[in-house]
Design a protein around this ligand. Structure first.
Ligand SMILES: Cc1cc2nc3c(=O)[nH]c(=O)nc-3n(C[C@H](O)[C@H](O)[C@H](O)COP(=O)(O)OP(=O)(O)OC[C@H]3O[C@@H](n4cnc5c(N)ncnc54)[C@H](O)[C@@H]3O)c2cc1C
Length: 246
């Protein structure tokens, strides 16, 4: 069994998620380069950046008319730390995504758990599929935090008890809840990221509104900020055209 320090066996509670762009090969010029093979054949990247206005116009045209494939010639790898319930939703995105997640069989899981922050709207209104969330009261926040922290402590103690008794990690983990933090590498391209953002973020300019769970939206927002930095023209065209993936 893996040795752990006392510190690691004491549950800690987090209200945030983290996203790090660990590597990428992604730029607006990749889109232009792929698109212009249609009309000009092979050409250098310097050649296609000569006329910025024309380049911006071409990316916008591709986005508007949903010519999606030029947005696939790039790659971004993110390291994401978030609760398991977020990963469960995330991994439904099958196309243009690759995932590797930390193992609960090969390592002892660390006791880091999600509790909603004070700014997380707690109360759900309106009909299923079109939820609206409103502020919770202080009392509702206290109740949620207390119930979650107690359950997390109890379940992690049960996990530890089984490990100490020699039960395999893959069996003992059954008692851990979906609020446990996990981590993964997720690799995508701009087209698959846009499809993800269409469905998993809310935005006032979205042509098709979506109603994602806030915690996966938090991950989406952090990914979007990284992507916007490295592909600003593509990101702007995405917003200009209703945030619909081409
Ligand atoms: C707000 C919200 C609520 C949700 N609620 C639920 C829920 O209650 N229960 C639940 O099970 N899921 C739920 N989902 C998940 C949802 O049904 C999708 O699985 C998820 O959003 C991934 O979307 P996708 O299939 O378009 O993405 P990807 O799997 O990445 O697919 C991308 C695109 O490829 C095409 N494609 C992929 N696979 C196929 C295929 N087999 N056949 C034909 N075309 C294919 C489609 O055009 C698809 O849009 C929810 C999603 C959202 C955003």
């Amino acid at each position: 069994m893996t040795e752990t320090t006392t510190e690691e066996t004491q549950p800690t509670f987090r209200s945030d998620v983290t996203v790090e762009l660990v590597k990428h090969s992604a730029a607006d010029t990749d889109v232009l380069w792929a698109a212009r093979v249609s009309t000009a054949g092979g050409q250098s990247l310097e050649e296609i950046t000569k006329d910025p206005e024309r380049s911006e116009g071409l990316i916008n045209f591709l986005m508007r008319d949903r010519h999606g494939s030029p947005f696939e010639h790039n790659s971004m790898t993110f390291f994401v730390s978030a609760p398991i319930f977020v990963f469960r939703e995330f991994m439904r995105h099958r196309v243009g995504w690759s995932y590797n997640e930390e193992s609960g069989r090969y390592r002892e899981l660390r006791p880091v758990f999600y509790v909603p922050g004070r700014d997380r709207r707690l109360v759900q209104e309106v009909r299923p599929g079109k939820y609206v969330f409103v502020e919770g009261t202080e009392e509702q926040h206290r109740t949620a935090t207390r119930a979650m922290e107690q359950t997390y402590r109890d379940s992690y103690a049960a996990y530890q008890e089984m490990l100490a008794a020699g039960v395999a990690r893959e069996v003992a983990r059954s008692v851990l809840p979906v609020g446990l933090f996990s981590s993964m590498y997720a690799t995508c391209n701009a087209r698959s990221l846009m499809h993800f953002l269409t469905l998993r973020t809310q935005h006032e300019t979205a042509a098709v509104p979506s109603f994602p769970q806030r915690e996966i939206e938090m991950v989406g927002e952090l990914m979007e900020a990284e992507w916007a930095r490295i592909m600003p023209l593509t990101h702007a065209a995405f917003n200009r055209n209703g945030r619909v993936a081409p």
